[in-house]
Design a protein around this ligand. Structure first.
Ligand code: PEP
Ligand code: MG
Length: 897
């Protein structure tokens, strides 16, 4: 990195960097520079850039050439500015060495304080400050931090020595009763001297060398410790869990020490400029008298609230309040601050955008618009999809943190967020029965199938051993906003014994468990859940978003209940009604569809279909009513028929008896339906090509419902959709038959309905030939679940086994996101763009939407806006996310202009 600046200085009112340089200087470094520039009291120092960290790793943990010289130069500059020298035996400069990544990773990386102390300078510090106790307290902290953080000695070994002195010396000297803890502040200078001596002996014993007395050695050892903490397991895990990608490393901040442990007039604290839990505009934080920063974080003593500080030390509080005002005005954002008070004077050590609860995110954004700090557009851009999810779902009561640690059982994949607690059951039937008698249950399955929907619905939450985020369980549960964890491969389910094992732990049927669908964690026992109420500010943000967005937002819903619910959440129609889900609701329906499948003549099939017709019609009527005045896209039957029939002998015998067909025939038919690749087999419109009578029944049901609703004064806009189409001729056959049936029904009822006939685009061939297909289709709806599956050639149900390797940045980084969740804009996206362009080249007013899972994912919705879709459609609970994303897309587009 020849010639590239590696170290940035700040101090004396000037700084080489500024607040915008977070990528290079890390959040802390950028904040310190910016606070210096705006005249806040910040101790001077310098920041080694994140690029150096990157090079350090690329060079096999060697510092890049020129770094030593640049650090030296900045150190001299610092010494000159503050008039003290590092290692000076009389009046030493002491520094802290702190990590600081571009994105805050609280507590994940290392910090070393009081660097520069040695056997001589500690005496100098004592003399200069006339405070021997303080000097030796600082020294013992430094030896411990350096020894454990930079050199890997177990921290407990230091703690043990300190505790021993406290018990054997301090307690006796002060006559502290046995039931009262000896505080760090009780320990006097003599005792601290002894602690330092014992710490150094431990250091020598553990490492076979003396504790370094040379401050330069201390400095470089500490810089390495910070860089090394970047790749420490907890930091790596944190980045994975938070999905933090593309960050090259941590910066290192070397800053002049200010001391919060100088006596009663000193202290240290952490605060937020607003309440990070409620978002309320109140100063929020903790302050610890006579302490250094690590004491607050470590929870050694209970700190006082800021309100108490205001009472106790109004002068200090006033300085803080002043800084709070300046920083909020400056950053126009809630800040998370660290500060130290040294002998009554305030110093700012850190400021960064504060992490907040979802409720607080909404409240702060709206309040700041009302306070004139930001615009509505900025407020909308600040809300994240996670914030929206977070305000809806029940959560595990956060006060049970300890309990959660103790009861943690196993980790799965977080498919649908929120939390749920209930008794374990292993079959959908049990789930329904237990729920019927008022039990709250969690359905635990190896995987789920469409036949389980009843039981899934009756459960509080769903846990499966296999599957990924778009597996059946996940897709269905998401539609209901029901907490769901999938791919929990460590659980071994024994259906016969009705139990599951995690290692040697056994959870039996009826045992309570708790799921955290937001993290994928499973807990033993029933933890307490709380449902946060929707804050007013949520509605405000949504209203502003609706005023801005251009994309319409519809929902995927199969029942009147879901439709109504989605409408309340802002859905402007239905983009996908999966009719087959309606076949599973009751045994009567299941039997009718099964009878239809088992039938081997057209006549028998028609007879069975006739039984289904009234059910479908009634459901469609309910949906049309719920969506009065809004468009409703109804998709004809899609899954392969084998999914509808039982595979176990007992169930087949039951079916044979119920529909009066010999068992052997039922069994034979089920075997006949088996396919090697059902997802590429006889499904979608291929079924209605083979069995047009299914189309006849479904279109009749739709149009009858539409006519009857119209007569009742309900405004219907049906859009009949054919799935899995691959060719114009194929669609033409289906379209003609659809219109023929529709016309007949309308004629019979004497009603004219404006209906559309269109297709899903979910096979690459259909996307490629979109211009031809648009000659027939009045609308396209991208089924990006299948389109992704078929474009990537990866099974949407099984990709969970290997996809993580493709998404893992450290392993391969082939994909930035899971393509089944966030649209693969590069690959699948190209087909989408192509199909829209081609489609509109033949039919300029072609209506285009999306109904795959991606229609409710933030980044994908923005893509849909950019490629000119008319609407997105998603699960009811994701409708608000789509509304927000659509608004953000417009705002971002305007910003680019
Ligand atoms: C799709 O494939 O994206 C789609 C919406 O259809 P389904 O998920 O029902 O296959
Ligand atoms: Mg599909």
């Amino acid at each position: 990195m020849s010639g590239k600046k590696m170290v940035y200085f700040f101090g004396g009112g000037a700084a080489d960097g500024d607040g915008k340089m977070k990528e290079l200087l890390g959040g802390k470094g950028a904040g310190l520079a910016e606070m210096t520039l705006i005249g806040l009291p910040v101790p001077a120092g310098f920041t080694i850039t994140t690029e150096v960290c990157d090079l350090y790793y690329k060079n096999n943990k060697q510092y890049p050439a020129g770094l030593k010289e640049e650090v030296e130069e900045n150190l001299r500059k610092l010494e000159k500015l503050v008039g003290k020298k590092l290692g000076d035996p009389k009046d030493p400069l002491l520094v802290s060495v702190r990590s600081g990544a571009p994105v805050s990773m609280p507590g994940m990386m290392e910090t070393i304080l009081n660097l520069g102390l040695n056997d001589q300078s500690v005496e100098g510090l004592a003399a200069k400050t006339k405070n021997e106790r303080f000097a030796y307290d600082a020294y013992r902290r430094f030896i411990m931090m350096y020894g454990s953080t930079a050199r890997g000695i177990e921290r407990e070994k230091f703690d043990h020595i300190f505790e021993k002195i406290k018990e054997e010396k301090t307690r006796k000297r002060l006559n502290i009763p046995a039931d009262r803890k000896v505080n760090d502040t009780d320990v006097n200078a003599e005792e601290l001297k002894e602690v330092c001596k014992l710490f150094k002996e431990l250091y020598k014993k553990e490492l076979g060398e003396d504790f370094p007395q040379d401050p330069e050695v201390q400095l470089w050892g500490s810089i390495a410790a910070v860089f090394n903490s970047w790749m420490a397991e907890k930091a790596v895990t944190y980045r994975r869990v938070e999905n933090l990608k593309g960050i090259i490393g941590t910066a290192v901040n070397v800053v002049q020490m200010v001391f919060g442990n100088m006596g009663e007039n000193s202290g240290t604290g952490v605060c937020f400029t607003r309440d990070p839990n409620s978002g309320e505009n109140v100063f929020y934080g903790d302050y610890l008298v006579n302490a250094q920063g690590e004491d607050v974080v470590a929870g050694i003593r209970t700190p006082m609230k800021l309100a108490e500080l205001k009472e106790r030390d109004p002068k200090v509080y006033q300085q803080l309040e002043e800084v709070r005002k300046i920083l909020e005005k400056h950053y126009k954002e809630m800040q998370d601050l660290e500060f130290t008070v040294e002998d009554g004077k305030l110093y700012m050590l850190q400021c960064r955008t504060g992490k907040r609860s979802p409720i607080a995110a909404f409240r702060i954004a709206v309040d700041m618009v009302n306070e004139g700090l930001i615009t509505k557009e900025e407020a909308i851009l600040r809300i994240k999809d996670k914030d929206i999810e977070g305000v809806f779902y029940p959560i595990i009561d956060p006060s049970q943190r300890e309990e959660m640690k103790k009861k943690f059982l196993v980790q799965g994949i977080d498919a649908v967020p929120g939390a749920a607690t209930g008794k374990v059951v292993f079959t959908a039937k049990d789930a329904e029965e237990w729920a019927e008698r008022g039990e709250k249950v969690i359905l635990v399955r190896k995987e789920t199938s469409p036949e389980d929907v009843g039981g899934m619905h009756a459960s509080q939450g769903i846990l499966t051993a296999t599957g990924g985020k778009t597996s059946h369980a996940a897709v269905v549960a998401r539609g209901w906003g029901k907490c769901c964890i999938v791919g929990c491969e460590k659980i071994e389910i024994d259906y016969n014994k009705k139990l599951f094992k995690v290692g040697d732990k056994i959870i039996k049927e009826g045992d309570p468990i708790t799921l955290n669908g937001s993290t994928g964690e499973v807990f033993e026992g029933a933890l307490k859940l709380v449902t946060p109420e929707l804050p007013e500010s949520y509605y405000t943000i949504m209203k502003w978003s609706d005023e801005i967005r251009k994309l319409k937002v519809r929902t995927n819903a199969d029942t009147p209940y879901d439709a109504e619910n989605a409408r309340k959440l802002g859905a402007e129609g239905i983009g996908l009604c999966r009719t087959e889900h309606m076949f599973f609701d009751t045994e009567e329906r299941r039997l009718a569809i099964q009878e239809m499948i088992v039938a081997d003549t057209v006549e028998d099939r028609k007879k069975a279909l006739a039984k289904l017709l009234p059910f479908q019609k009634a459901d469609f009527k309910g949906i049309f009513k719920a969506m009065d005045g809004l468009p409703v896209t109804i998709r004809l039957i899609d899954p392969p028929l084998h999914e509808f029939v039982p595979h176990e002998e007992e169930a087949q015998r039951h079916l044979s008896q119920k529909i009066g067909v010999p068992f052997e025939k039922v069994k034979h038919r089920v075997e006949q339906l088996k396919e090697a690749n059902p997802m590429l087999g006889h499904r979608g419109c291929r079924l209605t090509i083979t069995y047009p009578e299914i189309l006849d029944m479904q279109v009749t049901a739709i149009m009858e419902a539409a006519c009857e609703c119209t007569k009742e004064g309900i405004k219907v806009e049906p859009e009949i959709m054919h799935p899995l189409v691959i060719d114009m001729k194929e669609l033409k056959i289906l379209e003609e038959r659809t219109r023929q049936v529709a016309e007949e029904v309308m004629k019979k009822h004497g009603v004219k309905i404006n209906y559309l006939v269109g297709t899903m685009i979910e096979v690459p061939r259909a996307a490629l030939l979109a211009d031809k297909i648009a000659e027939v289709a009045e609308f396209f709806s991208f089924g990006t679940n299948d389109l992704t599956q078929m474009t990537l050639g990866m099974s949407r149900d099984d990709a969970g086994r290997f996809l993580p390797d493709y998404v893992d940045e450290k392993k391969t980084g082939i994909f930035k996101d899971d393509p089944f969740q966030s649209l693969d804009q590069e690959g699948v996206g190209m087909l989408v763009k192509w199909a829209i362009e081609k489609g509109r080249s033949t039919r300029p007013n072609l209506k285009v939407g999306i109904c795959g899972e991606h229609g409710g994912e933030l980044k994908s919705v923005k893509f849909c806006h950019r490629v000119g879709m008319n609407y997105v459609s998603c699960s009811p609970f994701r409708v608000p996310i789509a509304r927000l994303a659509a608004a953000q897309a417009v705002i971002e587009e305007n910003l680019k202009k």
